[in-house]
Design a protein around this ligand. Structure first.
Ligand SMILES: N[C@@H](CCC(=O)N[C@@H](CS)C(=O)NCC(=O)O)C(=O)O
Length: 292
C-alpha cells in the first residue's frame, strides 16, 4: 500500500485553507457571493458565462451545432469566468448560478430573462428551444436522456475522483487513485459496450447525450486529460469509444466549440471570448497577442 502520511480525522472537521491541493484557493465549504460584480451583457439573445473545461465545452459545442444548422436564435456571447480567480463567486454570476460553477446561461430572448445552470439542464433547454439533438419519440428520447443523466452522475468520479487524485492532489495516494481508476475503467467499458451496438449513445443519431459525454470521455481516450492518464488507463482497449470520439471530433462545430473560452493549449486554438462568428478567424489568442 501507499506510504502517504496517516491521517486521523478530528472530531469536528475544520477548514484548512492551505491544504496544498491544486484548488485550495478556489474551493470553499460555504456557498454564496464573495464580492459584488455585475455580469457583462452582449448583443446576442444568449449570454453564456463559462470556461473551456469539459463542462463548459458541452454548451459551446451545442451552440455551434445549432448555428451550423441555421438557428440564428442560437447566436451567443461567450464571456469568460476565470474560476482560478474566483469569478464564479461574483454576485452577478451567483445570481444566475447559485452553485457557483460554470457553465451558466442567461436567455434574454423573451420578455423576462431565463437563467439556466447545470450543463445537462442547459443542453436540454437548448435542445427543446430549438427542437434539435433530442428525439421526440418516447423510446429514443428515454435512451438519449438516460445517457445524458449517466454523464451527470458518472463524470464526477472521473474528474473529481480519478483526475483529482491522479493529477492534482499534493501527493500521490494509492488508495484513491486505485479506486477511481477502477471506476473510470468500468465507465469506459460501459461506453464501449454501448458504442459496439450503436454509432452514438442514444442510437443511430448524434444527440445531446454525445455532446455531454464527449468532452469528458472522448477527451480522456484522445489523451487530452490528466497528463499520462490515457496510457495509465490503457484507453486503447476501448476501441468503440475511440471510434466514436474521432467521429465527433471530425465535426466542424465541435472543433469550434472546443476553442471557445479556452485558456490552455495552442494559442491559435484559444478563443477566450466569443461575441461573433467571425471571431474564430480574427480573435484567436495568437492574433490577439500578435496585435498587442
Ligand atoms: N454538474 C455541473 C458541474 C460544473 C462544474 O463542476 N464546473 C467546474 C468547472 S469544470 C467549476 O465551475 N468549478 C469551480 C468551483 O468549483 O469553484 C455541470 O455539469 O454544470
Amino acid at each position: 500500500m501507499s506510504d502517504a502520511p496517516v491521517y486521523t480525522p478530528p472530531a469536528v472537521w475544520a477548514w484548512n485553507k492551505e491544504n496544498g491541493g491544486r484548488f485550495a484557493s478556489t474551493n470553499r465549504p460555504i456557498a454564496g457571493a464573495t464580492h459584488e460584480k455585475e455580469l457583462p451583457v452582449g448583443k446576442h439573445p444568449l449570454q453564456l458565462h463559462s470556461l473551456g473545461t469539459p463542462n463548459g465545452v458541452k454548451v459551446t459545442v451545442m451552440l455551434e451545432e445549432l448555428l451550423a444548422l441555421g438557428h440564428s436564435g442560437a447566436e451567443y456571447d461567450a464571456w469568460l469566468i476565470k474560476i482560478g480567480d474566483g469569478d464564479q463567486f461574483g454576485s452577478g454570476f451567483v445570481g444566475i448560478n447559485p452553485n457557483s460553477k460554470i457553465p451558466a446561461l442567461l436567455d434574454r430572448s423573451g420578455p423576462k430573462p431565463v437563467r439556466v445552470f447545470e450543463s445537462g439542464a442547459i443542453l436540454m433547454y437548448l435542445a427543446e428551444k430549438f427542437g434539435e439533438f433530442l428525439p421526440t419519440e418516447p423510446a429514443a428520447r428515454a435512451e438519449c436522456l438516460s445517457w445524458l443523466f449517466w454523464q451527470m452522475g458518472s463524470a464526477p468520479y472521473l474528474g473529481g475522483g480519478f483526475g483529482h487524485f491522479y493529477a492534482y492532489a499534493p501527493f500521490k495516494m494509492e488508495y484513491p487513485i486505485d479506486r477511481f481508476a477502477m471506476e473510470t475503467k468500468r465507465q469506459l467499458d460501459v461506453l464501449d459496450r454501448r458504442l459496439a451496438e450503436s454509432d452514438y449513445l442514444g442510437g443511430a443519431d448524434y444527440t445531446i447525450a454525445d455532446i455531454a459525454v464527449w468532452p469528458w470521455y472522448g477527451g480522456l481516450v484522445k489523451g487530452w486529460m490528466y497528463g499520462d492518464s490515457a496510457n495509465f488507463l490503457s484507453v486503447h482497449e476501448y476501441k468503440h469509444v475511440l471510434r466514436w470520439a474521432d467521429a465527433i471530433y471530425a465535426r466542424p462545430a465541435v472543433k469550434r466549440g472546443r476553442m471557445v473560452n479556452r485558456m490552455q493549449g495552442e494559442l491559435s486554438g484559444q478563443l477566450r471570448e466569443r461575441h461573433d462568428a467571425s471571431d474564430f478567424d480574427t480573435k484567436t489568442q495568437d492574433k490577439v497577442e500578435a496585435a498587442s
